[in-house]
Design a protein around this ligand. Structure first.
Ligand code: ADP
Ligand code: 5GP
Length: 230
C-alpha cells in the first residue's frame, strides 16, 4: 500500500512510534516493515567500538549508516563535528532534551550523550541499517522504547588490556581515564549478564573480532541488498 502524503498510516514494525515520521516518505509499507532492526553497540570506552564500526561502515556504506549522537564533551583533535558527534553546549543539550528531541540520553564521565530522534529517523527514511553507539544507561533506555534494536556488547580480553588501549589512545586526561575505567567495571557486569545482549564480542585480535561482527550483521546486509535490487 502506498503511503499518502508521506504520512505513515499505522505504526511500523521497527518501532519508534514517537518518530512516526510526519516528514518521512516511504515508498510502501511493505518496504517499511521489512527494514532490519537497528543495531545498538555498547562496551567500555576503549573496547574498540569505533574501530570496528568505522571499518564496517566504510565497507558497507551503501547499506548502513551511523546515528550521529550529540554530546557536550569537547571534540578530540581527530574528531569532526557532524561526523563523529554533534558537539553542543550543555545548555543547548538540556534544552533539546526538555523539548523531547532525544530518543535516549545519559550522563557519562561528566558529559551528556544522546541519540536524537532525528538522527535515527533520517537513517530509517533512507532504508539503511541504523547503527548506534551507546553506553549502558542508553542501552537500558533504548530497551524501554519501541525502536527494538539488536544489542551488541564489545569488550577487551581483560580490564588491564582495556586500560592499556585507553592509555595508548592518548585521548583522556588521567581523571577522565579513571572515570572511564570505573564505569567499565559496571558495564562489564551488565554486559556479562545473560540476556542483556544478542552478541558479546571479545575484541582481542581485531581481525577475528571484525569477522564475528560481520558474521552477525551480514544477514541484514544481504536482506537490504535483495530489497534494493528487486
Ligand atoms: P571505543 O570506541 O570503544 O572507545 P576505540 O575504537 O577508540 O574504542 O579503540 C580504543 C583504542 O584501542 C584505539 O587506539 C584503537 O586503535 C585500539 N584498538 C582497537 N581494537 C584493537 C585491537 N583488537 N587490538 C589492539 N588495539 C585495538
Ligand atoms: P566517548 O567520549 O569515548 O566518545 O564516548 C563515551 C561513551 O558514550 C561511550 O561508551 C559511548 O558508547 C557512549 N555514547 C556515545 N554516544 C552516545 C549516545 O548517543 N547515547 C548514549 N547513551 N551513550 C553514548
Amino acid at each position: 500500500m502506498e503511503v499518502a502524503n508521506g504520512v505513515i498510516a499505522k505504526p511500523y514494525q521497527n518501532g519508534i512510534s514517537s518518530l512516526k515520521s510526519e516528514n518521512v516518505k516511504w515508498k510502501s509499507e511493505k518496504k517499511l516493515e521489512s527494514l532490519p532492526r537497528p543495531i545498538a553497540v555498547c562496551g567500555p570506552s576503549g573496547s574498540g567500538k569505533s574501530t570496528l564500526l568505522k571499518r564496517f561502515l566504510a565497507e558497507y556504506k551503501d547499506y548502513v549508516d551511523f546515528s550521529i549522537s550529540h554530546t557536550t564533551r569537547k571534540p578530540r583533535p581527530n574528531e569532526i563535528d557532524g561526523k563523529d558527534y554533534h558537539f553542543v553546549s550543555r545548555e543547548d543539550m538540556e534544552k533539546a532534551i526538555a523539548n523531547g528531541e532525544f530518543l535516549e540520553h545519559a550522563e557519562f564521565s561528566g558529559n551528556i550523550y544522546g541519540t536524537s530522534k532525528n538522527a535515527v529517523k533520517q537513517i530509517l527514511k533512507n532504508g539503511k541499517l541504523c547503527i548506534l553507539d551507546v553506553e549502558m544507561v542508553g542501552v537500558k533506555n533504548l530497551k524501554k522504547t519501541d525502536l527494538n534494536p539488536k544489542f551488541i556488547f564489545v569488550k577487551t580480553p581483560s580490564i588491564e588490556v582495556l586500560e592499556e588501549r585507553l592509555r595508548n589512545r592518548n585521548t583522556e586526561s588521567e581523571e577522565s581515564l579513571q572515570k572511564r575505567l570505573a564505569r567499565a567495571k559496571e558495564e562489564l557486569v551488565y554486559g556479562g549478564t545473560p540476556g542483556n545482549f544478542d552478541l558479546v564480542l571479545v575484541n582481542d585480535d581485531l581481525e577475528e573480532a571484525y569477522r564475528q561482527l560481520k558474521e552477525f550483521l551480514l544477514p541484514d546486509i544481504e536482506g537490504l541488498k535483495r530489497r534494493m535490487y528487486h
